[in-house]
Design a protein around this ligand. Structure first.
Ligand code: IMP
Ligand code: ZN
Length: 361
């Protein structure tokens, strides 16, 4: 039965709507409560690094005003010191998957930067294996689970794939290592590579060979793009020369770039709350460049970026877009349908999602 698309847009309707999340960083998606639980367990086991404050104090509930200066150290100085061994990486990954599933996400591309924890026997490769085996187990449980019939819509199990991130501080060799890992685990659900990290760091030109190889072997390519005001045209030219399929944030664009992006019909991963709270844009959601892009022909995937830090689940991102840009339910469904076309998970997944959205006619 077709669902009428003139339904009033409420948060609860948007929670029930089957959603696609394409830009979510694993470590940034861990809730404070989950970090707190890991902290308690590590303290009990006597494994807590000395002086590591309780997450509920270090990242107080309700605090979301992290900017580009305070945001990145949160990972290197805190979260990575808490999620450092197999049990904490598995536990936090699972909780992240549950949170997305509980918010009505049916297709998730989670991304993470391979990292080492030598004291705990974790190499970049074993880190990727840990995350993938947690995703595998969750995908299997999902596939065999009964879908709740409380939702007014026909839903579907959540299916998760992985994107491996190259950090802007990486060397060319480290970037190539990420691409090689992505290729080695392509058969296990790694679907793409990303370029992320502090936008004030690094020279992106050194990553050319890594992205060329990713492209040669059909990995999806997504890049954090024009995030900070200090971005140069030279950098944007270089990033576009990597031939990305999707770009994230897309904020500070010099003259001419909007047209280039529209001609290429790149998938845009737009993160409203993150950009507002981190003051990456001037003003509130109503000033977000989603308003510019919404009718320009580029598929848009509204995304959370770091829901553990900015505390706005994907359903809320859709609600913000709907309320600040006056979108009808039909327009929201149209947005979701657009995102289907730029997923990295292949044709079978696209068919599953297209048929799921057919119920909204
Ligand atoms: P991880 O890759 O799973 O460890 O997730 C955390 C990492 O994602 C951070 O260390 C950053 O490098 C990256 N990240 C998260 N959010 C952003 C963003 O908005 N811009 C650029 N990089 C980000
Ligand atoms: Zn991001």
């Amino acid at each position: 039965m077709a669902v009428p698309s003139d339904k009033p847009v409420t948060l609860s309707l948007l929670r029930d709507l089957p959603k696609i999340e394409l830009h979510a960083h694993l470590s940034g998606s861990i809730s404070r409560q989950c970090l707190h639980e890991i902290w308690l367990r590590k303290r009990e086991e006597g494994k807590l690094p000395s002086n590591l404050e309780d997450p509920l104090l270090a990242i107080p509930p309700g605090k979301v005003d992290y900017d580009l200066k305070t945001f990145f150290p949160l990972f290197s100085n805190y979260i990575y010191h808490l999620c450092f061994d197999a049990s904490s990486i598995e536990y936090s990954t699972r909780r992240v998957l549950e949170d997305f599933r509980d918010d009505g996400v049916v297709y998730l591309e989670l991304r993470t930067t391979p990292r080492t924890s030598p004291e705990h026997g974790i190499s970049k490769e074993s880190y990727v294996q840990l995350v993938l085996s947690t995703i595998d187990a969750f995908n299997q449980e999902q596939a065999s689970s009964k879908q709740s019939n409380e939702s007014p819509f026909k839903s579907s199990p959540m299916k998760t794939y992985l994107i491996l991130s190259i950090d802007r501080r990486n060397t060319a060799a480290e970037a190539m290592e990420v691409v090689d890992l992505a290729l080695r685990y392509q058969h296990r659900g790694v679907v793409g590579v990303d370029l992320c990290g502090d936008p004030s760091k690094g020279d992106v030109a050194i990553f050319g060979p890594a992205f060329e190889k990713a492209d040669d072997y059909d990995l999806g390519i997504t890049l954090h793009f024009a995030e900070s005001e200090s971005v140069t045209e030279k950098e944007l030219q270089t990033l576009l020369s990597f031939d990305p399929h999707r770009i994230g944030h897309v904020i500070h664009l010099p003259e001419g770039y909007r047209e280039e992006i529209a001609v290429r019909k790149l998938g845009l991963e737009l993160c409203l709350s993150c950009n507002v709270h981190a003051k990456m844009i001037t003003g509130g959601v109503e000033n977000h460049h989603f308003g510019y892009w919404k009718n320009k022909g580029c598929p848009i995937a509204l995304s959370t970026d770091d829901v553990g830090v900015f505390c706005s689940p994907l359903s809320n991102e859709y609600f913000l877009a709907a309320s600040h840009f006056n979108l009808s339910f039909a327009e929201i469904v149209q947005l979701c349908k657009g995102a289907v076309e730029v997923i990295f998970g292949g044709d079978e997944e696209k068919d599953r999602l297209r048929s799921l959205y057919k119920q909204f006619s």
